[in-house]
Design a protein around this ligand. Structure first.
Ligand SMILES: NC(=O)c1ccc[n+]([C@@H]2O[C@H](COP(=O)([O-])OP(=O)(O)OC[C@H]3O[C@@H](n4cnc5c(N)ncnc54)[C@H](O)[C@@H]3O)[C@@H](O)[C@H]2O)c1
Length: 333
């Protein structure tokens, strides 16, 4: 089976590439990545060590894509994943996240390749998320009509394009609306990947801030361990003939939800460091105070559920950082 992973030098793409290569013996995996994300060169080395090659090209340029060989399956991970970037670098986000998907789909249609898309929980409307009651979870039929950030717009528009292409060209698709994923080899920053950022700052005695919602650190997210996501995508590939043309919410779920204060405690316990954490009352209009995925649909279809808890996420990141502290210094702030 020939598999193309776009964004194969990113956190999720590289982890999937290595995992799938080991689990599917017949898989020939190739990555396409322009190495624009800080840290992607390190992930490139990691996939290369696993005999997976990367083609350094930009997916927003169709001429880079149309020359690629034929693949049976595309796992489309390449994107600018930070919501804040879509306020500040709107053209770049639009081109990578939406034009990029369009180009990938033209290639899929030509080759009759199936596609698994890493969408986002940020396709849901901000004002409706604000109204979500504490302890509530977000199902696939939650409101997507009101504004959701330009990032969320590019992800939702990509989903719609995928459905159009699947209808017209009879290719099979799966869409994973992924919440927060974390684990080793994620180069977290304030606006994206905060679990790894939190651990890095604790480990190295650097400063952090609780940003937004009064600076109380009480905003909540559900967190999925990268290995749980890899296991789900493997099941999706194995079952794609039977289960296809569907979309799912994918995250850590209620059991793996956490607020920043609790994350600080876990980080203090494992690093044995207590750092200064400031309070910034206001946040971006794209931020939301609370998100927990409802996993019932994906659980039912694949008999899958997250097996790794938050302590395991934190421990795995911590030991990865300890082992690689000096190399990682260049890539974390
Ligand atoms: N990590 C999460 O918590 C999370 C949550 C929801 C959705 N997602 C989605 O999952 C996917 C992967 O996220 P990630 O966390 O691995 O991000 P990442 O930034 O680590 O990986 C994305 C990769 O895509 C590459 N890339 C970006 N623009 C490109 C372009 N125009 N052409 C070629 N390569 C390009 C980057 O260099 C990077 O290596 C993204 O589509 C993101 O929207 C991630």
């Amino acid at each position: 089976m020939k598999i193309l992973i776009t964004g194969g030098c990113g956190f999720i793409g590289s982890s999937l590439a290595i995992f799938l290569k080991e689990k599917i013996k017949t898989a020939q995996i190739t990555s396409i990545d322009n190495l624009s994300r800080k840290g992607s060169t390190l992930n490139k080395n990691r996939i290369t060590e696993n005999k997976i090659s990367n083609i350094k090209k930009d997916i927003s340029n169709f001429s880079s894509i149309k020359k690629l060989k034929k693949f049976d399956l595309v796992i489309h991970c390449a994107a600018e994943p930070a919501i804040e970037a879509s306020r500040k670098k709107i053209e770049e986000v639009f081109n990578s996240n939406l034009l990029g998907t369009f180009n990938i789909l033209k290639k899929c249609a030509k080759d009759n390749s199936n596609i698994i898309y890493l969408s986002s929980s940020r396709v849901y409307s901000i004002e409706n998320l604000y109204k979500l009651k504490k302890k509530g979870t977000v199902k696939e039929n939650f409101n997507i009509n009101n504004p959701k950030s330009i990032y969320g717009f590019t992800k939702l528009s990509s989903e719609l394009l995928i459905k159009e292409y699947a209808y017209l060209h009879k290719i099979k698709y799966l869409i994973n609306r992924v919440a927060l994923v974390s684990g080793p080899w994620q180069f977290g920053k304030e606006e994206q990947g905060f679990v790894s950022l939190w651990l890095w700052r604790h480990l190295n005695n650097l400063k952090l801030n609780y940003i937004g919602f009064g600076g109380t650190g009480k905003q909540v997210r559900d967190v999925l361990h990268i290995e749980d996501l890899c296991e789900l995508v493997l099941l999706q590939i194995q079952k794609i003939k039977k289960i296809n043309n569907k979309l799912f919410n994918v995250g850590g779920g209620k059991k793996n939800s956490i607020n920043l204060l609790q994350l600080t405690k876990l980080s203090q316990n494992i690093t044995r460091n207590k750092i200064k954490i400031g309070r910034v009352k206001k946040t971006s209009s794209y931020d939301v105070p609370y998100f927990i995925s409802d996993l019932n649909y994906v659980k039912k279809l694949y008999k899958w559920e997250p097996r790794r808890n938050l302590k395991k996420v934190v421990a795995d990141i911590y030991f990865w950082m300890l082992d690689n502290n000096s190399i990682l210094k260049k890539y974390f702030l």
